[in-house]
Design a protein around this ligand. Sequence first.
Ligand code: AMP
Ligand code: GLY
Length: 427
Amino acid sequence: MAVLLIGSGGREHALAYAFSRSQIDGDIYCTPGNGGIAQLATCIDLDVTDHRSVIDFCENNEVGLVVVGPELPLVDGLVDSLEAKGIKAFGPTKAAAQLEGSKAFTKQLCRKYEIPTADYEVFEEVGAAQIYLNDCSYPIVIKADGLAAGKGVVIADDQAQAKQAVQDCFDGRFGEAGTSIVIEECLVGEEASFFAICDGEYAMELPTAQDHKCAYEGDTGPNTGGMGAYSPAPVMTSEMCQRTMDEIIMPTLKGMKAEGAPFKGVLFAGLMITSKGPELIEYNVRFGDPECQVLIARLRSDLLPVMRASCDGKLDALVNEFDDRPAVTVVMASNGYPGAYESGSEIKGLEEAAGDPDIMIFHAGTKNQDGRILASGGRVLNITALGETVSQARDKAYAAIEKIDWPQGFYRKDIGWRAIEREKETM
Ligand code: AMP
Ligand code: GLY
């Protein structure tokens, strides 16, 4: 069975790596892919906004499963177009992808099905939102409704900041994404990422993770797509995981089915673990990047049959097995990221760095030019390691980074600090 993977990040390299180890034989295609994926798959150029061209490729190449990595093609309904032609596609339909595509949709679902989340109001015009802000307690959170590449959220410390954020949103700072906004209570606690593969009715729980969103050490500096991650998240005890399944994931699946939009694919809940327990900050309808890299590093079973079963509504017959050992991934990014950066510099030493079987190097913004690996994006590499503890995994990842010769890149030196502090407390 041939597989077509859509995307170009570290997440997709990790998925391609999992597919390359599958018992299910067949070609792996990826569009557009990157320099690392090209070592495992045939990279092709398709315009994924042109659904017809994706369908034609699948039909001409006997593709039995399409796996969509990022959110945009999901929210754009690619899965619907493929399914309409009888092509299996892993991921939610356009209607179900609203869980990520519209924050207002998700908040309304939470209210209707009593899923714990921050108290909120939705506004479609600036005047009413500004009046509401007169009587709020601060800090408060302002969110553009639609997809804003992680940049549509402002935590406002006071009324002036909040009013400015609301004004910016309605002035078009986030384009279409900001034509309606959610204003919500600021939750206090520790954040964690929770993942479940779903088939419309059943949810298969995956290991938890935590990521580091800020560019610089000490979780400071501008927000990024994620500078590193580790799995599991120590705050997610088995009791917290069970509560998340019972109070958040399962009610969401039931609610989505009742609304006529059953959810299939990866449901990624961004959680705040508050004094009351797990509360939903937001949903994503895909694997996290870089969280996927640490999940795949720990995965021991075959992912492709699970993805197929998700499409077929038959997940309950399968189990996933994961290594008990924790994994850490450290992102190497181009100097300047998340601001302006230069592309085209050569990265050397990758083979030597990946010499240990517990080390996996997943590429993001790279390209392979005549056998040389060149940086071609903001986030460039994910140096991923397994260890007996988070601190050991972290040490292995940093030792591997020492072998990489790429002066034009930088990385955070404190990935995993929160988990490592906890390890120290319990030792
Ligand atoms: P989101 O795009 O909804 O995940 O928000 C981005 C980040 O903003 C989250 O990872 C949190 O760190 C923060 N955030 C969002 N909503 C809240 C909230 N209600 N309370 C506290 N922090 C929040
Ligand atoms: N790392 C967070 C995300 O993928 O949305």
